[in-house]
Design a protein around this ligand. Structure first.
Ligand SMILES: C[S@@+](CC[C@H](N)C(=O)[O-])C[C@H]1O[C@@H](n2cnc3c(N)ncnc32)[C@H](O)[C@@H]1O
Length: 323
């Protein structure tokens, strides 16, 4: 555990070793088709870019989810139960939890994220605005394990998983993750989760291809990380951002598309790209309320409430873990 300047903020650093990036890139680029997991977007620059994506007019999910959390904050707080330990995997800037912290009055807030420096700053900013709140932040990779910091208050636990981040898992892995959340919160606990809904392709395609090019910059930041953190001559300018809705699989796919035939060196290994060949960098699966509720049931949860924004673009669900 690292001491921080605010006694109400504790920080546990379980940051994955840098070799994780090297291993993932070398094995991902050796596959056909080439693929790198989206968690590697998030260094400090990637986290900042994600915040900027959230401010783009085409990217509707944050506004829709905020509308739901604000409109129903009292009902949400009542469902979760005051005094809970509130755990947020992939908390990022911890912006959304602010919308119901005062009503909920949790006994502790546990933001978890792979982007450690960004998380620590977010925890301090939150502590300034909510001086009564105990914050136990931890830098973890939740894809490895949903490890919680030690010395949490002994009371019921609720996981908060907004931003439709569940959609970044392949469906089978999403179910495994929900099962891990179920184990982490235990009997009597709960899950408050934001899930994006399938919709008109034009809205989806625009959301992941914003006119300002911020999602493109976020996608390409992965290549900048490879160039900066590994021994590589990869040139991000030789790749284009590609994002589209795959209607058969109900998912947005993000790729980095090679502009030309090229060889790239990474840690003494050479990778060939044909013109137009892509690295698949992210999936964002969309789930209508019923398929999501079925998955939550399979993981052991009982779906209790579903709220939609007024345009019906996005959903927030509360599920309980039976005693
Ligand atoms: C799409 S952003 C969502 C941020 C925030 N929850 C929201 O709703 O605005 C995903 C967040 O999850 C974090 N993240 C992604 N993969 C992760 C992993 N495997 N382990 C821990 N954090 C992860 C990222 O750093 C980022 O902050």
């Amino acid at each position: 555990m690292t001491a921080t300047t605010n006694p109400r903020v504790r920080f546990t650093d379980l940051h994955p070793a840098q070799t994780d990036l090297a291993q993932a890139v070398l094995s991902g680029l050796a596959r056909t088709p080439k693929r790198i997991e989206p968690k590697f977007f998030y260094d400090a620059q990637g986290s900042e870019l994600f915040e900027t994506i959230c401010a783009q007019p085409e990217y509707y999910p944050p506004d829709a989810e905020r509308e739901i959390l604000e409109t129903h904050s009292a009902e949400i707080a009542a469902a979760l139960g005051s005094g809970c330990v509130l755990i947020e995997p992939g908390a990022g800037s911890a912006a959304k939890v602010r919308l119901f912290l005062d009503q909920l009055q949790p006994s502790a807030y546990v933001p978890l994220d792979i982007s450690g420096d960004f998380l620590l700053q977010a925890a301090h900013d939150l502590a300034e605005d909510f001086p009564w709140l105990d914050i136990h932040a931890a830098c973890i990779d939740f894809a490895h394990s949903l490890r919680l910091p030690e010395q949490l208050p002994e009371t019921h636990k609720v996981a908060f998983f907004p931003g439709s981040s569940l959609g970044n898992f392949e469906p089978a892995d999403a179910l495994t993750f929900l099962q891990e959340v179920y184990t982490a919160v235990g009997p009597g606990g709960g899950l408050l989760i934001g899930i994006d809904i399938p919709k008109d392709q034009a809205i989806l395609n625009a959301a992941y291809n914003d006119a300002a090019g911020v999602t493109a910059a976020f996608n390409k930041n992965l290549l900048t990380r490879i160039r900066n953190e590994l021994d590589s001559d990869i040139d991000p300018e030789q790749f284009d951002h590609l994002a589209f809705y795959n209607t058969e699989l109900n998912r947005i796919e993000m790729h980095l598309k090679s502009r030309r035939a090229q060889h790239v060196q990474i840690n003494n290994q050479s990778f060939h790209f044909a013109p137009g060949e892509t690295i698949h960098t992210e999936c964002s699966y969309k789930y209508a309320p019923e398929p999501f509720q079925n998955m939550a049931r399979q993981a052991g949860f009982q779906p209790r409430h579903t709220w939609l924004d007024r345009r019906g673009l996005f959903s927030v669900h509360y599920c309980s873990a039976p005693e």
